[in-house]
Design a protein. Sequence first.
Length: 226
Amino acid sequence: MALLGPTASGKSHLALAAAKALDGEVVNCDSMQMFRHLQIGTAKPTRAQKSEVPHHLYDLIDPDDYYSAGLYMQDARRICQEIAGRGKISFVVGGTGLYLRALLEGVFDGPGRSEKLRERLNKVGHRKGLEFLHRWLEKRDPEAAGRIQSQDQIRIIRTLEVYLLTGKPISELQVRRERLENLSILKIGLNLPREKLYDRIDRRVVEMFRSGLVEEVRQLLDRGYG
């Protein structure tokens, strides 16, 4: 079961309650909650909450470690299969849509990161603007360019990177995916009135500062993270 919704809509609380009621386990789908040492600023479940039902893919990597949608697909699929093997329900919860799509629909077999190529593309973007890179992308992969905003630097760089490394448009490669099989999937979306949602977000931010967000950031800096 996948629980979807914007920040502060109540996904984590619903996942915990549902997992307790239905003998399930919680699987994280929030890219930031996978990082260690980022507890308050990512609104990660507390130790007490994690003790009530099994939680997976939290505190998985250090803040300077590399992780990707492809790695998430492998980890999350393995865990969901293990949970099903125990006769229990997986409650996948978090706000990273790219990771959820990777879990359910798979990822294409594309090239890995090229730091040198990314550095070159970023320099071009800095010198000539992201609009220039987006127009360049439109000429090589108009289908992908139509799905990417002209200011979405990360996706523009990655899409151009794939094209330059493979000679093929990413939209062509993305057709070759392996969807999740052997598991029934139910999606539940939480959609609160905007005023109520904004109030929840405001109160969450205030609570973060009260709980020690500034100190958490200081500790990260003291550990040597930028």
